[in-house]
Design a protein around this ligand. Structure first.
Ligand SMILES: N[C@@H](CCC(=O)N[C@@H](CS)C(=O)NCC(=O)O)C(=O)O
Length: 209
């Protein structure tokens, strides 16, 4: 197997944490997003979407999305299940993971990509160049702040995002909360339940970046 990673980017970090939690050792290839290596002919031949993470299997199959990579690893390697053991648990975890992706990661991306100078003309990932829309940056920051409120509420009644154990949903939420620092959105002091959860999950060995 080969894991195409970028050490500084949030989406591949989700998979890095997942791999660490599973205790796997997978050879890594770094893709330099700053020099736009993801848009070179060579990399687009591997992933036509021009994004990382990517997992290449030994039989040549290429997995092009964090969730599909995590699903493959969770089903292939039984230790430390992170995506659910039965249909009901799988569905509950998938729901919370999707919420963290959309309300969390997507909000951070909206805020960053529509604002950062280095992302001018790169407001969306992929081979097509889209211009920034400043109003979307502002909306993204609001959405990010709202996501932190949603987390505070959830952690006031649940130990982890999808229930009473650590799962992929916590990984996605943790990566989102750290990603928000790039757009200067941080938890407020009164969000005690969020702080309790954050201290717990960010000190897990795989979370250290
Ligand atoms: N759905 C994808 C999203 C991946 C994604 O957006 N990756 C970003 C890094 S966080 C990327 O490759 N960006 C390339 C670019 O900005 O052109 C996944 O989670 O695997």
């Amino acid at each position: 197997m080969k894991f195409y990673d970028c050490a500084t980017a949030p989406s591949p970090r989700r998979v890095r944490i997942f791999i660490a939690e599973k205790g796997l050792d997978i050879p890594v290839v770094q893709v330099d997003l700053r020099s736009r290596e993801q848009l070179t002919e060579g990399f687009l031949a591997i992933n036509p979407h021009g994004t990382v993470p990517v997992l290449e299997l030994d039989d040549g199959t290429v997995l092009l999305d964090s969730n599909s990579i995590c699903l493959y690893l969770d089903e292939t390697y039984e230790q430390n299940n992170l995506m659910g053991r039965d249909p009901k648990e799988k569905a509950v975890i998938a729901g919370w993971n999707r919420m963290a992706e959309w309300d969390g990661l997507a909000a951070g991306a909206e805020a960053l990509r529509n604002h950062a100078k280095g992302m001018q003309g790169r407001a969306l990932t992929g081979p097509v160049d889209y211009e920034q829309i400043p109003e979307l940056a502002e909306r993204g920051r609001k959405r990010a702040a709202h996501f932190l409120e949603e987390l505070e509420h959830r952690f006031s009644e649940s130990e982890f995002l999808a229930g009473d154990r650590f799962t992929i949903a916590d990984i996605t939420a943790l990566v989102s909360v750290d990603f928000f620092k790039w757009v200067k959105v941080e938890p407020v002091d009164s969000q005690n339940s969020l702080a309790r959860w954050y201290a717990q999950v960010s000190s897990r060995p795989g979370a250290v970046d």
